[in-house]
Design a protein around this ligand. Structure first.
Ligand code: BV8
Ligand code: ZN
Length: 269
């Protein structure tokens, strides 16, 4: 049975030579960003899982871009919350003490970097990067709407008038290729180097902190048992229990933005 003792966890954390964090959408929930599988996880009548796929893109790239453009619109006035800040300051203290720290995130919203986190492994890409289908060039892009054709589009109401978009409405690269969101869709493989970095971070840490993820998406969810089987002390911070809970030595139920600032207020000894 996992412990819920904050002092016991903090006593372990202080001596930890290397920390790895795995974050999910719940880390950004208190920034006002809907999670995937909670309330608000739908856009019109689709879940992210319906539209974050190569099949959806091949069927209607304009609809997929309208979905991502809407998420970029939602993100535009959002910022880090105390969960992001607590993780960034933990990293700073551990780095200053020449100890290991890795933040592995499933999130694509960019809030960890905005909060000051440095050593970030983005498993599922970035909402703020786009990639050319022809030459593969990846560009940072914060233009909202993504092209003028998407002005006023994105209404999440299932009864909203669905505008049809043509190929000419989509963003295009200097080489003439169409640009897609630089994110990993369901059914797409992760960048092997990114997957290796995330796996090594899980295997080589003494503390593994899993925050705000439903732990149902692989290969990310597989990092939790991987960390445990390599000797890490595993702690989960989540509103609910998840499939990861069974692998945890410590479980703290509640909001990440409320728990993490106190839980992680530890100096390395
Ligand atoms: C791959 C980017 C193989 C896009 C995302 C069966 C059928 C089909 C496929 C599969 C299958 N079994 C496994 C698979 C593979 C599939 C998968 O895992 N499917 C699952 C759903 C069963 N995985 C893949 O397809 C991956 N690729 O396997 O490739 C392959 C290999 C080689 C060659 C070809 C193929 C790719 C997965 C990546 C998909 N892309 N995102 C986008 O964002 O649009 S995943 C998406 O879900 C997000 O990245 C998100 O981060 C991720 C996981 O969700 P969570 O972050 O956990 O968010 P969620 O809403 O679910 O949960 C929030 C949690 O927070 C909850 O627990 C809640 O309680 C908690 N919470 C809420 N508020 C708070 C809080 N906690 C604390 N404080 C709060 N305030
Ligand atoms: Zn190109």
């Amino acid at each position: 049975m996992a412990s819920t003792s904050i002092p016991d966890f903090q006593q372990h954390l202080a001596t930890s030579r290397s920390i790895t964090v795995l974050s999910g959408a719940g880390t950004s929930a208190e920034s006002g960003i809907p999670t995937f599988r909670g309330a608000g996880g739908l856009w019109r009548r689709w879940s992210a899982q319906d539209l974050a796929t190569p099949q959806a893109w091949n069927r209607d790239p304009g609809l997929v871009w309208e979905f991502y453009d809407y998420r970029r619109q939602v993100m535009a006035d959002k910022g880090p919350n105390p969960a992001h800040t607590a993780l960034a300051s933990l990293e700073q203290r551990w780095t200053d003490a020449d100890r290991g720290f890795n933040l592995v995130t499933q999130n694509i919203d960019g809030l960890h970097a905005e909060a000051g986190s440095k050593n970030i492994t983005r498993m599922h890409g970035s909402l703020w990067h786009i990639r050319c289908l022809d030459c593969g060039m990846v560009q940072h892009n914060r233009t909202v709407p993504i092209t003028p054709a998407f002005e006023g589009a994105g209404d999440p109401d299932p009864n909203a008038h669905a505008k049809r978009f043509s190929a000419a409405d989509l963003p295009s690269c200097n080489c003439g290729g169409t640009q897609r969101p630089h994110v990993v869709w369901f059914g797409e493989g992760l960048d092997p180097d990114i997957l290796e970095a995330a796996s090594l971070a899980a295997m080589n840490c003494s503390t593994f902190i899993v925050v705000g993820t439903s732990a149902v998406v692989y290969p990310a969810a597989g990092l939790v048992p991987l960390a445990r089987s390599n000797g890490a002390i595993v702690v989960e911070v989540n509103l609910d229990s998840t499939p990861a809970t069974q692998h945890c030595d410590f479980v703290f139920q509640g909001k990440a933005g409320e728990i993490l600032p106190d839980l992680l207020a530890v100096d390395p000894v």
